[in-house]
Design a protein around this ligand. Structure first.
Ligand code: UDP
Length: 394
């Protein structure tokens, strides 16, 4: 029997979004092309980088707790000259790891869902690299490291991320606007009542979903305390992700209204479908999922640097509001709960930004690169929008 093509996903657990994106693409491959390809995931920081870079995953959660310092690191590496300088300085340290990664993981296609791996791995390959697909998992404030001219196709989530690529000299024909990869579970939503029954959540009160990325970052406790103190008439569903210490502290609290605290869940689509509003850190993955689920969004924290633009995007499109002050945030939440028509307007705006087919389009792109799907038939959003523009003009 012939061997089926093998895809290598390059990612790292710096936050939960990169892994979530890779898993969403794998679900789409499995749904649309079952048995035609296989794949593996490699955490390039953990397994192929020298100390201290091999601790980037756990250290990232700690670093972003110092927002000013993190923003300095982000911006200092995000200008043309400095981006190259950092990569040149790091190259002698990372080269042998990159060579080992290439040797140990032969593949027919690479899908990168992380900005930092692109330049070193493509440099290590030299002229002959397998087809290389970059899937940008930041929404607006996309770091320069996402855009490498040697990548064959770069999937971007928004027009803003497309334009940034053009400014950095990427051939526009290599880029496509698609959206962030979304799990299969968002494609066929279950009715709210059914979702609540499945999850054992209250059926008869508004429910607020609180999430703070895969790692439960940000001032979640203060925010929960403010909502509870203000006696907002709503149930709370609090998802702490991998932050088990936070989960234990929140479980130990007494709440005035029904509250459910859970740790990392693989069933985020059902939780989103069960709730009426989401309060979240401005993570691009969670925001894109909330769009598809049609949830009005309250953003209460952000990682400076890569998440700045997400806040502007949500606010500009009236899908939600930005309010980092817990007391003021509670005032907004109370108003939304008492005036459902206002909340509905935000919900509709949010839904209009959702792209539930993003992972399917990315899966088709990957199969096209392997010669197993007709690339000309893929309905990218940039194609759809330019078609609409030309119809409008013509
Ligand atoms: N997530 C999840 N289960 C959890 C918490 C989070 O599947 O318990 C997912 C969430 O749905 C999203 C991702 O983790 O897809 C978080 O990505 P985001 O970009 O929002 O934030 P990050 O964790 O990367 O800062």
């Amino acid at each position: 029997m012939n061997k089926i093509p093998h895809i290598l996903f390059l990612f790292s657990d710096t936050g939960g979004g990169h892994r979530a994106a890779a898993v969403a693409i794998q679900e789409a491959l499995q749904a649309e092309f079952p048995g035609l390809v296989d794949w593996e995931m490699v955490d390039f920081f953990k397994d192929y980088s020298p100390p201290p870079l091999n601790r980037a995953g756990p250290d990232y959660s700690k670093l972003v707790q110092f927002p000013d310092f993190w923003e300095l690191i982000f911006e200092a590496s995000n200008m043309r000259a400095t981006a190259r300088l950092w990569q040149s300085l790091a190259w002698p340290l990372v080269k042998s790891g990159m060579d080992r990664l290439i040797e140990e993981h032969p593949c027919d296609l690479i899908i990168s869902v992380h900005p930092i791996i692109n330049t070193p791995i493509l440099r290590a390959f030299g002229e002959n690299h397998p087809p290389y697909l970059t899937v940008v998992t930041d929404m607006i404030s996309t770091h320069e490291y996402w855009y490498n001219k040697d990548s064959d196709i770069i999937i971007v989530p928004t027009e803003e991320a497309f334009e940034r690529g053009v400014k950095l000299g990427i051939d526009p024909n290599k880029m496509h606007v698609v959206g962030l990869p979304i799990k299969e579970g968002y494609r066929n939503p279950v009715p709210k009542k059914e979702a609540r029954k499945r999850l054992g959540l209250p059926l008869d009160i508004p429910l607020v979903l609180m999430v703070s990325g895969g790692e439960g970052m940000g001032p979640m406790e203060e925010t929960v305390a403010a909502i509870d103190k203000a006696k907002v008439p709503t149930g709370l569903v609090i998802i702490t992700g991998n932050n088990t210490a936070l989960k234990e502290r929140l479980e130990a609290r007494q709440y005035k209204y029904p509250a459910t605290v859970i740790g990392f869940t693989t069933d985020m689509p059902t939780y989103m479908q069960a709730c009426d509003v989401i309060i979240t850190k401005a993570g691009p993955g969670t925001i894109s999922e909330a769009f598809v689920a049609g949830l009005p969004i309250i953003l209460y924290s952000k990682i400076p640097g890569q998440e700045n633009g997400n806040v502007d995007y949500v606010v500009k499109h009236h899908a939600g509001v930005w309010e980092p002050d817990p007391k003021k945030m509670v005032v907004i939440l109370t108003e939304w709960i008492s005036k459902p028509e206002e909340m509905r307007r935000f919900a509709e705006a949010s839904r209009s930004l959702g792209r539930a087919d993003s992972s399917r389009i990315i899966a088709r792109t990957a199969m096209g690169m392997l010669g197993m799907y007709d690339p000309g038939s893929i309905a990218y959003y940039d194609k759809r929008e330019s078609k609409q523009r030309s119809l409008h003009q013509g």
